[in-house]
Design a protein around this ligand. Structure first.
Ligand code: ATP
Ligand code: MG
Ligand code: MG
Length: 468
């Protein structure tokens, strides 16, 4: 990318979340990720802080999330400074394509800074878009375990996962029309049957947890709360050439099942080494691995050996690792955080100790060492509280990330290296798995998170009691 010759016509709208807006290059496998601000804050100094904010995101990805989740999955990118006239022109070009429900925030057109990242809807081995057809499945899995600390305040939290509880509130609030049958614990179970059920449920009710891209274009998922593209027939048509390259009649479900099998295989593929995988494995034995609200057949669930599967055999698998990274940071934290959210946090962290305790970074090796210090005793010190807060923040980040599984038909005749190829019934794919959206969450969010947790649990209890 030649920064001085940026042309807005070479970029197109790709997607956005709550915090950032992404455009992709029409030829190269690159994206630019811009920060977004609420309308009323546009004129404030947020834009002038954009560089630091973006650099923090890069450092957090590089020094914290990459070692935790594994070298090959995390692409932290780099901060780039764009020509100042390019960004407003780009903004004008893409504004009409943005979903209405996202337009309450505006992209940062003032600072001139953005993150440049590889386009993860493309296979990471190709540099130009036209080289290979690709299919990319983006899953936002959410939190795949139940907290087991003896300090968890509400007993229901140990039986029903946050995602399943939150569904009730979201449907009641009108955010989504239907309760999804997806349960993250099924997806993270390591049991093929449960994983297939979770993926089928995601396909039926994608909400903002599933998107499918074909050659970089969104073909399935909700672009907007009111603008979903959930036609499974249409999807099957689009997928057919990938899974059944020789023409022929195949029913919709045959094609969809091929997709589900391939995703499951990719998620259970071997992963590279990471620091977290070696730690605290024993804690799995303490929490239950199924959620009582899961729609997966309850009788099967109780007999399934999945929890054992996961504990014994799948230590190096991709999902396992993601789960552990979320899990260990929750140890004891529920009990410790509330006092620190209020008084202690504001008193100590807003003072000069904030930088000493690295509350807002820098996210470097020292930060990682502190973060992984799980053996420290609670001595009532601010340092101990700070470590707990940081662990909690990493868990919040992991809870919100997306997994991208990118597939491209494998055409070469020679025998491929098994680890990077998936065999489907009538086709074969080269694939890569990556994780995106690994931004640090501001610690100021923690009290809000607790408030929301309380609301979710209360509504769930109320709605299930009314039903009985
Ligand atoms: P959230 O509201 O989930 O926190 P966010 O505002 O942090 O989202 P991202 O999730 O990073 O934004 O990006 C929004 C969307 O843009 C993603 O869901 C994904 O579809 C797409 N996207 C982001 N980064 C990339 C990338 N490197 N390659 C391809 N697509 C990307
Ligand atoms: Mg996101
Ligand atoms: Mg995000």
């Amino acid at each position: 990318m030649e920064l001085e010759k940026m042309d807005e016509n070479e970029w197109k709208y790709h997607g956005e979340g709550n915090k950032s807006l992404v455009v992709s290059h029409v030829q190269h496998c690159q994206v630019l990720r811009f920060l977004k601000f609420p309308m009323e804050l546009v004129e404030s100094n947020q834009a002038s802080e954009a560089f630091c904010h973006l650099q923090n995101i890069v450092d957090f990805g590089k020094h914290i999330m990459k070692p935790l989740l594994g070298e090959s999955y995390v692409h932290y990118g780099e901060v780039v400074q764009l020509p100042l006239d390019f960004v407003p022109r780009l903004f004008l070009k893409i504004q009409s394509e943005r979903p209405e429900s996202r337009c309450n925030k505006i992209m940062d057109t003032l600072s001139g800074y953005a993150l440049c990242l590889p386009n993860l809807t493309r296979l990471q081995t190709c540099h130009f878009i036209e080289t290979q057809p690709t299919l990319c499945i983006e899953i936002k899995p959410k939190c795949g375990f139940l907290p087991f600390s003896s300090h968890v305040s509400k007993e229901i939290k140990r039986r029903v996962c946050r995602y399943c509880m939150y569904q009730r509130l979201k449907v009641a609030n009108g955010k989504w029309k239907k309760i999804s049958k997806y349960c993250p614990l099924d997806l993270f179970s390591g049991n093929k049957q449960r994983m297939c059920f979770a993926l089928t449920s995601l396909l039926q009710e994608a909400q903002n947890n599933l998107k499918i891209f074909k050659n970089g274009e969104l073909i399935y998922g909700c672009k907007d709360v009111h603008d979903c593209l959930p036609d499974l027939n249409e999807l099957a048509q689009q997928l057919k050439p990938f899974f059944f390259p020789a023409n022929g009649l195949h029913c919709k479900m045959t094609v969809i099942n091929e997709l589900i099998n391939v995703i499951t295989t990719a998620l259970l593929s071997n992963s590279d080494s990471c620091r977290v995988g070696d730690m605290r494995r024993s804690h799995f034995s303490e929490s239950r691995t199924y959620c009582e609200a899961s729609h997966f057949c309850k009788d099967i669930l109780r007999n399934v050996k999945s929890s054992q599967d996961l504990k014994k055999k799948k230590k190096k698998k991709f999902l396992y690792k993601l789960l552990v990274s979320k899990m260990l940071v929750f140890l004891k934290i529920y009990s410790l955080l509330p006092p620190y959210c209020g008084v202690t946090l504001s008193l100590h962290f807003m003072s000069c100790r904030k930088s000493l305790l690295q509350i807002d970074g820098p996210y470097n090796e020292i930060f990682t060492e502190n973060l992984l210090n799980f053996h420290a005793e609670d001595d009532g010190s601010v340092e101990y509280a700070a470590t707990k807060v940081q662990q909690y923040r990493v868990a919040m980040t992991a809870k919100d990330c997306s997994i991208m599984i990118t597939l491209s038909p494998y055409l070469q005749e020679e025998k491929p290296e098994q680890s990077t190829v998936i065999n489907a019934s009538k086709s074969r794919f080269a694939f890569s798995v990556s994780i995106l959206d690994l931004d640090p969450k501001p610690y100021e969010n923690i009290p809000n998170q607790f408030k929301l947790d309380g609301k979710i649990v209360n509504y769930y209890l109320k709605s299930t009691q009314t039903k009985q």
